[in-house]
Design a binder for this molecule. Structure first.
Ligand code: ZN
Length: 320
């Protein structure tokens, strides 16, 4: 964590948001988004996913976006990879952080990546060997993300015991950290508190710092507060909640970056992100994707009169 912030927000819109919509955002517009995000104070952007273009043509330019992001001083460039081949491409491109998802729901795993748990863990072990064989200075951070950890649209209830077992397996496979992901928007705050604490007991406090939340049922920010209160400090979020879910009309995808930043800053927690610059990014995104609905309450309502963001308070390094 940088000294000028209490919470790290990772902007995942260019990956999670763009993979969920039909429109393909031109590479130039993606680069402009990534640059604007970094300029507004966002320290980490998930720029894409190394998957075959036949599967997700929206993300076919990921290598070019990694190169672009690497050119921005201080920005952590994150990518998602579903398999060893994707990890090789991510390493070759020079991504700083590689996230490999492992669906706790085996049915979802089979449907999503056509691999069961044993096969997926074999794949992750190979990725771990690839990454950990690199010299320390060139080694990307490898995160194993426990997706569908709070419930699955195919299996329903996902047993917490299974989440813990797979978290241990991910660490044994060579991951540096595990992440918790509410892929389906099923999580509630009590469950978030319970699962974070249980995972810390299973893999160690420093091996889980982040959470990926969706706002499908309107509990995204409540879940973020629950995670914050037990001590997590890294949150994925997406500008304008881009992505949505075709099966839940009006429901946004990821938690909305603008609303999350407002909430945290209002709570006195420094995100290091400039709110006005965030709104400018939102306007650019809307311009580039005129047919896509953007979500978020604060951009519609405006900031409260007299609002003082924590990041701009005296004593913070921004100081203005
Ligand atoms: Zn997601």
């Amino acid at each position: 964590m940088r000294a000028d912030r209490d919470v790290l927000i990772s902007e995942v819109g260019p990956r999670d948001g763009l993979q969920s919509i039909q429109a393909i955002l031109p590479t130039a517009a993606k680069k402009a988004w990534i640059s604007a995000a970094a300029a507004s104070g966002i320290a980490e952007v998930e720029v894409g996913s190394f998957v075959p273009a036949s599967v997700l043509p929206q993300l076919a330019d990921t290598a070019e976006l990694v190169a672009h992001g690497r050119g921005i001083s201080g920005l952590t460039v994150a990518v998602l990879v579903p398999n060893f081949k994707g990890a090789q491409a991510a390493v070759a491109a020079g991504a700083h952080k590689i996230t490999v998802p492992l669906s706790v729901s085996e049915t979802h795993s089979l449907r999503n990546v056509r691999r069961n748990h044993a096969q997926m863990l074999d794949e992750i072990r190979r990725i771990g060997e690839l990454v950990n064989a690199l010299p320390e200075g060139q080694r990307p951070h490898l995160e194993g993300s426990l997706s569908t950890a709070f419930g699955c649209t195919l299996e329903g209830v996902v047993p917490e015991k299974r989440v813990l077992e797979l978290a241990v397996a991910l660490m044994e496979a060579g991951c540096h950290e595990v992440g918790l992901s509410d892929t389906t928007g099923y999580a509630n705050p009590a469950q978030v508190r319970r699962l974070v604490r249980a995972l810390w007991s299973a893999v160690g406090r420093h091996q889980l710092s982040g959470i990926h939340l969706h706002n499908t049922r309107g509990l995204g920010l409540a879940n973020a507060v629950a995670a914050l209160e037990v001590g997590l400090n890294t949150f994925d979020a997406s500008l304008g909640g881009l992505g949505g879910c075709p099966f839940a009309p009006g429901a946004s995808g990821n938690i909305v970056t603008e609303d999350l930043v407002f909430m945290l800053e209002a709570m006195g927690l420094r995100t290091g992100i400039d709110y006005a610059a965030l709104l400018a990014q939102r306007a650019l995104l809307q311009q580039a994707l005129p047919a896509e609905p953007l979500y978020g309450m604060v951009p519609l309502a405006g900031l409260p009169l007299g609002f003082q963001p924590a990041s701009a308070s005296p004593g913070s390094s921004k100081g203005s």
